[in-house]
Design a protein around this ligand. Structure first.
Ligand code: GLU
Length: 380
């Protein structure tokens, strides 16, 4: 392990550990051996004074096995019912496993909309902080029984990234059933090589990850890479490592190399920009011309109506919208000052014509620079 990486592990005060369905489930139900291995290592870290928040998948996989289904049901109500069955068993196993080390656990079920609303966002953080101050381990999962597609985190890789941002974690550890990110799928390709450290998440990395699907959970490797993109942009490093091996966490915290390490950006986004870019679901898309793209990316400018060439979606003032270049590259995410309906009317016009077109001009900018998170190699 490199010196800087070692230092991050040896000085970490608060970490988020995500455990995937593939680690937690065996042929006939929950994998109690894996749960045992993880709880023993996490308890040791707690004894070292490190605060830990867990994000655990496995409810749906465990529920399927308990009910006797070979795979996840396709319809939403059945999936939600299966998750409800599985979640109970999952937490019960954690309770049993952690009680061996006199550790108490708490169950927290969240939805994306809990983090979209400032008040609930702060409530969730307060509860987590209180549990940690009592030295109790919070175990978070998505509240699968109530979410629908529109209000879903998508997968627990994304949820764990959101929690790492919410809690200002020093590291996010993503435990899965393979050793790290490989150049190809190691389960089917013998010459696949593991990548130990990634400094920049580029197209090549995403392409590699795209070819490595998950078996049981909803996210494959690519969703882990998306999670890494988010946390590293906020200055939090991430590790993908094998949660089935008995010493993965012990190794990492004693300075030994394990898994794939994603270096955090030094030039990190502010907390507010992270919230804009990652904690809210975009409600629409705006396409800009080359001049506007240049101004946004390189000259620190706001988005003006004159540079807009197309609008998609039905968003309102204050919603989160993605910006794209003419050739379809994602440039930024920001909060809009005008609704989609109004932007369609003012696009291509100079700001001094907004009042003439709309009858009033609350803002010159469609998105102010302060409300814009730029997808820059060093930024986001
Ligand atoms: N919340 C789901 C479960 O517990 C897991 C989602 C995922 O695999 O990412 O089954």
């Amino acid at each position: 392990m490199m010196t800087k990486q070692k230092k991050i592990f040896s000085t970490a005060k608060r970490i988020v550990i995500k455990v995937g369905s593939n680690v937690l489930t065996a042929e006939h139900g929950l994998n109690t051996d894996a749960i045992g291995i993880i709880s023993q290592q996490i308890s040791l870290l707690f004894e070292r004074g490190i605060e830990i928040v867990m994000v655990s998948s496995g409810a749906m996989a465990a529920g399927c096995k308990k009910i006797g289904l070979a795979k996840r049901p396709a319809d939403i109500p059945s999936r939600q019912a299966v998750a409800a069955v599985g979640q109970a068993g999952l937490i019960l196993e954690y309770e049993k496993a952690f009680s061996k080390y006199n550790k108490k656990v708490a169950q927290i079920l969240l939805t994306q909309s809990d983090l979209n609303h400032r008040e609930r966002y702060l409530n969730a953080r307060n509860t987590l902080n209180t549990l940690l101050s009592w030295s109790i381990l919070p175990i978070i999962n998505e509240n699968d029984t109530v979410v629908t597609e529109e209000i879903k985190f998508g997968d627990n890789d994304n949820l764990s990234a959101m929690i790492a941002l919410l809690m200002d974690a020093n590291i996010l550890i993503n435990l899965t059933d393979i050793d790290g990110l490989y150049t190809k799928d190691p389960r089917t390709t013998p010459d696949a090589e593991m990548i130990k450290i990634i400094g920049n998440i580029d197209h090549k990395i995403k392409k590699m990850a795209g070819g490595i699907p998950g078996a049981l959970g909803t996210g494959g490797m690519l969703s882990k890479i998306h999670a890494a993109e988010k946390v590293t942009a906020a200055g939090i490093p991430m590790v993908i490592a094998n949660g089935k091996k008995p010493n993965t966490l012990n190794d990492l915290f004693s300075g030994k190399q394990s898994g794939t390490y994603f270096v955090a950006n030094e030039n990190k986004l502010s907390k507010r920009k992270c919230w804009i870019a990652f904690s809210r679901k975009p409600k629409g898309k705006i396409q800009v011309d080359d001049g506007a793209a240049q101004a946004l990316l390189h000259n620190g400018k706001s988005l003006l109506p004159i540079g807009i060439t197309a609008v998609e979606g039905s968003f309102m003032i204050g919603d989160c919208v993605e910006l794209f270049s003419a050739d379809g590259r994602k440039l930024a995410i920001g909060l809009v000052n005008y609704s989609a309906v109004d932007i369609l009317k003012i696009m291509g016009h100079r700001s001094n014509q907004i009042e003439f077109v709309l009858g009033s001009k609350p803002y010159d900018e469609v998105i102010h620079r302060d409300n814009l998170a730029i997808r820059h190699e060093k930024e986001y």
